[in-house]
Design a binder for this molecule. Structure first.
Ligand code: MN
Length: 504
């Protein structure tokens, strides 16, 4: 099935360069190193670490990553300017992504030069880069709108002068798979060719696959499809499309994909769109009763790939659409077991909450289940009072009084913000009882507007056991506190009680 593709497709990741050009994104050198380390570990061939000419921060990032001894090739973006190439060599990059405008629009309007002048600049830059011992990937910017004969000549002469590889940039996302099939084959004959696509019209993945099918041997990608404007070809989508739809073995450690996506989202501050393919929050979440039922009997009914493949888990959310099968599964995950009548009653109460427009958080489900099963189960932790204060001229502070194992504990803590302060005071208060760590914190606004219901998801761990817990409120701090307390109670209770047994 994979005969059309190169024996080995290479991945050139530009999350740290094109991805960082996403409006509003700026990464510190240490953050870039953290991402680069993960990119290398997952199997990326080339990491474009930044643009040395852009800033001092970029320069330190490139040096830091180049000196980290990662197994990937470390590349730097350069223009056809001697100064850029000197900087690339100085900061230790293995290669340069030498970008040269090739469409008449870019040559005349942006550069105010002629085709000949731009070509000469490119050749001189190649010569200098080779003298500096750099691998050269000669890249045609706006190649999809360029005169293809001029581009072919520039690429051929560039290779004669020492360029090692070439790259076709669809800079503003104007390719179609059909155009790609016409433009790529003659260029791919000149030297190993990369394809760099943008997603302005949602075509980046299709165009990248089309180019790889007809001669390109390397794909430029970004994690989560970050990049200028609508972004670049998404790494995770390309890998999964190649593997699942074309049966192509990419060699990428797929089970690390979700972890990488979450890391990049957290460090860049760009949230994953909830409905994003492969890595979006909802990609493996089921609410509808009938669908959830099908998925639990046979995941293939409503899932194209198994979530475990990319290091994720299926999630069943409860609401008014929930059927008894999904409620039972959620209860099972929390160690409850019910008979038919009890389950029916729990489902009825959940649907009532759903009809009132409420999301059923874990704390709600536990409260309902405990009530229906009449479990005499005193929570380990109960909250007496809780206050946060924050403002423009003060350090956000939270105070809380909790009853932990029957003992009243009052504490206060400061934080980076009111939510952080709240998390700190809760952890501090139970610190004597157990070492509970907050592994992950995630917020979703369920609807738009400042009065929106906010769902907070926390992942907590204790002695290697990890649980996920949720809280849903219109108040983000209270949703966080609710998720935290419900989760801590679960972690503490499950260690000394099996709540699965029905006492009646
Ligand atoms: Mn680009």
């Amino acid at each position: 099935m994979s005969v059309l593709f190169a024996d080995r497709i290479r991945f050139f990741d530009t999350t740290l360069r094109d991805g960082e050009q996403t409006p509003g994104v700026s990464l510190k050198p240490e953050q870039k190193l953290e991402i680069a380390t993960k990119l290398a570990a997952i199997g990326i061939d080339v990491i474009e670490a930044g643009s040395a000419a852009a800033s001092e921060g970029e320069q330190s990032a490139i040096r830091l990553i180049s000196e980290a001894g990662l197994p990937s090739e470390i590349c730097t973006y350069v223009r056809a300017l001697p100064g850029d190439i000197d900087l690339a060599a100085e900061y230790g990059a293995d290669s340069v992504h030498l970008v040269v405008p090739v469409s008449d629009l870019h040559i005349a309007k942006k550069m105010r030069k002629t085709r000949e002048q731009v070509a000469e600049m490119a050749y001189a830059a190649i010569k200098l880069a080779k003298e500096r011992g750099l691998i050269v990937e000669l890249s045609g910017e706006d190649a999809s709108r360029a005169d293809q004969q001029f581009l072919n000549e520039l690429f051929s002469k560039g290779v004669q002068r020492g360029a090692d590889r070439l790259c076709f940039c669809d800079t503003v996302g104007l390719l179609t798979p059909e155009k790609t099939a016409l433009m790529i084959p003659p260029l791919a004959k000149i030297a190993p060719l990369s394809i760099h696509c943008h997603d302005d019209l949602g075509m980046a993945l299709a165009n990248t696959l089309a180019a790889l099918k007809c001669g390109a041997t390397c794909a430029h990608v970004t994690v989560n499809g970050l990049g200028e404007r609508a972004g670049n070809t998404a790494f995770e989508e390309l890998v999964m499309a190649l593997e699942v739809l074309y049966g192509y073995q990419t060699g990428i450690k797929k089970e690390e994909i979700y972890h990488l996506a979450s890391l990049v989202s957290r460090l860049t501050g760009v949230p994953l769109p909830v409905n994003k393919a492969v890595v979006g929050e909802m990609a493996f979440t089921h609410e509808s009763g009938i669908h959830a039922h099908g998925v639990m009997r046979e995941p293939a009914t409503y899932e194209s790939i198994k979530p475990e493949m990319i290091g994720r888990k299926r999630r069943i959310v409860l609401g008014k659409h929930s059927g008894s099968a999904s409620v039972e599964a959620a209860l099972h995950e929390m160690n409850y077991s019910t008979d038919e009548a009890q389950l029916k009653e729990i489902v009825k109460r959940i649907k009532q909450m759903g009809d009132e427009g409420k999301r059923v958080s874990d704390a709600d489900l536990m409260a309902i289940a405990d009530a229906v099963l009449a479990i005499e189960c005193k929570p380990v932790i109960r909250m007496r009072q809780f206050t946060t204060v924050s403002g423009s001229n003060m350090i956000p502070t939270a105070s809380a009084t909790l009853v932990v194992n029957g003992q009243e504990i009052t504490g206060a803590a400061t934080g980076d913000g009111p939510v952080d302060a709240a998390m700190q005071v809760l952890r501090k208060s139970v610190g004597d009882v157990a070492d509970i760590r907050l592994e992950e914190y995630h917020v979703d606004a369920i609807s738009g507007g400042t009065d929106a219901l906010v769902e907070v998801t926390v992942r907590l761990s204790k002695d290697g056991k990890i649980i996920t817990s949720r809280g849903a409120r219109t108040d983000i701090i209270m949703a966080s506190v609710e998720a935290m307390i419900a989760g801590m109670n679960r972690l503490l209770r499950e260690t000394h009680e099996d709540r699965g047994k029905n006492p009646r």
